[in-house]
Write a protein that binds this ligand. Sequence first.
Ligand code: AMP
Length: 227
Amino acid sequence: MVPGARLVVLGKQGAGKGTQCVRLSHHYVVPHVSTGDMLRAAVKQGTPLGRKAKDLMDRGELLGDDLIMEMVGERLSDGDVRARGFVLDGFPRTVRQAELLAEVLAPIDIDLAVDIDVPTNQVLRRLAARRVCVDCGANYSLSQPPLINWTCDVCGGEVVQRPDDTEEAISRRLELYERQTAPLIEWYEDRSQLATVNGSGAPDTVTRRILRAVEDRRDQRGGRRIR
Ligand code: AMP
């Protein structure tokens, strides 16, 4: 049986986190826990959390640490996560969230935090071209559109530009990334839990780099190598 994994995936908006997290979740057979996807679902369903989140999300602002932790904490207590682990996408995003996560997970911490490193000019180009399915969140781009008329290949939903992929919201999100999320990278490095992976190049190449980093870490710890 494939052993599970407990992974945090970091990276600027547009670094390819979503795509890589889906692949990692299939590879290790663990749930993909994306706070952005959970919040977008709450907005779509019009729940109290969604109503609180919508405006902040559209402006590219972060939601409060405690609110996010409550949402993630609930998900992390589900049986599938407890049995196999997780790939965390878009969380933690602040040092405080990382501290809260470590508390919730104690005594078994994460295996590794993977930072997908892509230069800012490259993520700006990717974000401007990014298009997503409003129903299932599948990612497309202007250069790789769905097969038929901006209709999702996976579920038939409408494929559009995200409301927070406007120029203003993008620059705010990148500013917040530098201020709030970049210090996280140092935080994980100080704990010897970080692997930085070059995120430029084809998605398959980046996936191979990430899997190698995770497996190297397991080898160092005497864990089993996964194929
Ligand atoms: P994402 O899809 O990860 O880019 O998230 C979209 C938006 O959801 C962000 O711009 C924030 O407004 C909100 N959000 C997602 N994850 C978090 C988090 N961990 N902490 C605070 N806000 C978050």
